[in-house]
Write a protein that binds this ligand. Structure first.
Ligand code: DGL
Length: 268
């Protein structure tokens, strides 16, 4: 096994969504060096075929592992995880590889333990919801709590545009609402982009809805696998990189804006 001490953790997503996971990593390991990579040239993943996503996830992982020799590889993307995490693990047996999946288990446990009434709504990309990984999870819990699924791919585009996010997200969600049963007390954010639009979700599904997302669990798993990260003193600021070659993309600025938006949600 190669010595990767002091090397960065690689956090990847199709674009800006993985920042909702990065902030949990920063919470547990504020001094850990990280490279954040958004595959913006290929985004959104959620409307591609599984094979396209798998090939892309493998080639991006390969290129970046070669370039950074990371301490750990965090795919902060539910869609990439459902399409390719096993293949990524197989490809890099010497590196801890952490994926992200919809936090349905904690949501159902919370419903049961707190005797909550109402239904659970799982929001994710169409790929995540149709893939075997999530379908197996659903089969495990669908008899314990009432669960509805909402594919919401357009939210990813709205968030990636960084323009008028909450208003456009709310308008879009209002078009989806009539097809749903309603009465949701818990919303599972099964796409790492969606914590950015919690405010719009509250406005559409009720101010009292509670949220479950996988970010905290991913960060804990990372710390469990690489405990030294909590003791590290970061040498460099986080690098925000993307695959789009367009300089007008302003990726680092967009990342900072989204991180501020996420930090500004006082109702967490
Ligand atoms: N952020 C990603 C996820 O968690 C997907 C966004 C996309 O469709 O590219 O699923």
């Amino acid at each position: 096994m190669q010595n990767t001490d002091g090397n960065p953790v690689l956090v990847l997503d199709s674009g800006l969504g993985g920042l909702s996971v990065l902030r949990h990593i920063q919470h547990y390991a504020p001094g850990a060096g990280c490279v954040y990579y958004g595959d913006t040239a290929f985004a959104p993943y959620g409307s591609k075929t599984t094979e396209e996503i798998r090939n892309r996830v493998l080639s991006i992982s390969e290129r970046l592992v070669k370039a950074y020799r990371p301490r750990a590889l965090v795919w902060a993307c539910n869609t990439a995880t459902s399409a390719a995490i096993q293949e990524v693990r197989r490809e890099f047996p010497d590196i801890p590889v952490i994926g992200t999946e919809p936090a349905l288990k904690p949501a159902v446990e919370q419903m049961c333990m707190q005797h909550m009434k109402g239904r659970i709504l799982v929001m994710a990309t169409p790929v995540t919801l149709r893939e075997t990984k999530f379908q197996n999870l659903l089969r495990q819990y669908e008899k314990t709590a009432p669960i509805d699924l909402l594919p919401a791919p357009e939210l990813v585009r709205i968030i990636e545009s960084c323009r008028d996010i909450q208003r456009r997200a709310e308008e879009y969600l209002l078009t989806l609402k009539p097809s749903l049963k309603g009465g949701y007390s818990l919303v599972v954010l099964g796409c790492t982009h969606f914590p950015v639009v919690k405010e719009a979700i509250r406005n559409v599904f009720g101010r009292d809805v509670r949220f479950c997302d996988g970010g905290d669990g991913v960060a804990r798993r990372l710390i469990q696998l690489v405990p030294d990260l909590t003791r590290e003193q970061k040498q460099e600021p986080i690098q925000f990189l993307c695959s789009s070659s367009d300089p007008e993309n302003h990726f680092p600025e967009k990342c900072r804006m989204i991180l501020e938006l996420l930090a500004g949600d006082k109702n967490e």
